[in-house]
Design a protein around this ligand. Structure first.
Ligand code: 5GP
Ligand code: ZN
Length: 118
């Protein structure tokens, strides 16, 4: 399998096992793991295994892989954590709040007022 990795990228390091993560889902193209600083319980990041900086750098094929698993993951997380709702967030560019420049989707379970997000 041809993989595109960036040796300075923290998410690429998670993909290739250089640093640990609490993985909740993995297939050939996609990895999902708990955010290291969860804004709410169960805050999960979904990433393509290949390195793409942001939405503007995401091939359509990769987008298909990501979004073919996101709804199922969101449902599973909502059910597992007994959440009432969930925010799906994607920041693109520093100006938009992106801090890790490897494309990722945040799945943030919501529990109600004062749950820590929004
Ligand atoms: P962004 O601000 O780029 O949309 O989100 C980056 C997210 O990655 C942040 O929520 C941050 O907590 C998370 N993060 C940064 N470094 C690591 C890490 O090494 N492991 C994990 N699991 N999450 C990380
Ligand atoms: Zn990367």
């Amino acid at each position: 399998i041809l993989m595109t990795l960036d040796q300075n990228c923290v998410f690429c390091k998670i993909v290739n096992g250089e640093i640990p993560a609490s993985k909740i889902y993995e297939d050939e193209h996609v990895l999902a793991f708990l955010d290291i600083s969860q804004v709410t319980k169960g805050h999960t990041l979904v990433i393509p295994k290949n390195h793409h900086t942001d939405l503007f750098d995401l091939p359509q094929e990769t987008s298909k892989h990501i979004y073919s698993v996101v709804p199922k993951l969101a449902s599973a997380i909502k059910q597992t954590y007994n959440a009432e709702g969930l925010n799906m967030v994607n920041n693109n560019g520093e100006v938009a709040g992106q801090t890790v420049f490897h494309y990722h989707v945040h799945l943030i379970p919501r529990y109600g007022k004062g749950d820590g997000f929004g």
